[in-house]
Write a protein that binds this ligand. Sequence first.
Ligand code: IPM
Ligand code: MG
Length: 399
Amino acid sequence: MSARQDSAARHHAAPRRELLSQPRAEHCPRYLPPVPARIVTLPGDGIGPEIMAAAIRVLDALGDFEYDEKLLGGASIDVHGTALTDDTLEACKRADAVLLAAVGGPKWDTTDPSAPRPEQGLLGLRKGLGLFANLRPVRPSPALLHASPLKPERIQGTDLLVVRELTGGIYFGESGRDGDTAHDDCAYSVGEVERIARVAFESARTKVTSVDKANVLETSRLWREVVTRVHEEEFPGVPLEHLLVDNAAMQLVSAPSSFDVIVTENLFGDILSDEAAMLTGSLGMLPSASVGGDTHGGPAGPSGTSTHGGPAGPSGTSGPGLFEPVHGSAPDIAGTGKANPLAMFGSVALMLRHGLGSEDASAALDSAIDRALQDGIRTADLGGSHTTEDATAAVLAHL
Ligand code: IPM
Ligand code: MG
């Protein structure tokens, strides 16, 4: 075994991170529970329908599921005039898990503030389902060490988790126009920071890095104060550091393996997670899980400090999680069969593990993805010429 393969194998052998305190199901039978789980599927726009179709083939190879497909984003605007209908939101609330592909595209791009936009569907869903925590694990596949724009020795050993606050901040503040001025307000409450801080501490293996802009923003000073207090009172054993967002952006590319859990507010998390995604070689590789389930909008209940044996999901959560790849709808390649379905498959694996309590099925899928990459599967985003179909067939062959 060459030195590179040896270190790749060691990297590969690292145990997978526990994102949430416990899988949602009471017990985890060897594949799947006897009653088929109900999954609402939201193919959305652009490459969304293609990668969703691939994901359903993979799910069907793993077990028995009930699917309820709904429109979201531009596809919903075209039919209903709005990006998220009550019917879609209610179906999602009743589901065991929600699987989303992508929304958006040039067809619906507009600067008219009164026109519906696809992204409103996604934001409305996050808010409507109370999904305040977005978890984006960044773990470059050993086979892709050379696909990253960074030197392999730089990304080697990277295994980090971005914990992004998802239902507050500038995304949901008051916004508007007044004459030739526009504004977007950023607000955070103590309760909103406490609950996301708990998710971060509960997911940590070695440390938590809290990212803010406390030298400039008042919301960041509140953020830092609350994270520090939650740390002192509830998680004193987990090392905590604070980084300013500009410094964090720099360190993500200069020393990515020095991070464990990065917790940050909504907009910083959006930006840093795309940056972190490139460590894996392509934005087409990064899955995500959004959890919370506090549909009443109030603060989540108190949590224990233990990462084992607590209630399902992170502190005070209930209700279905939303699982989606981080990449967007890639309208430029929609319909060409070139989309990389692997981040979608990774999102299915997160859904199986953290949304449906099917650890074995999830592990089987993760390992099939790794093996497909080891076999040399490379879609265009990874510098290859394999198609969505090639990548899907390769993963299915390893299941
Ligand atoms: C993401 C996306 C969304 C966001 C867009 C599509 C609204 O970029 O999930 O990161 O900004 O949250
Ligand atoms: Mg984004």
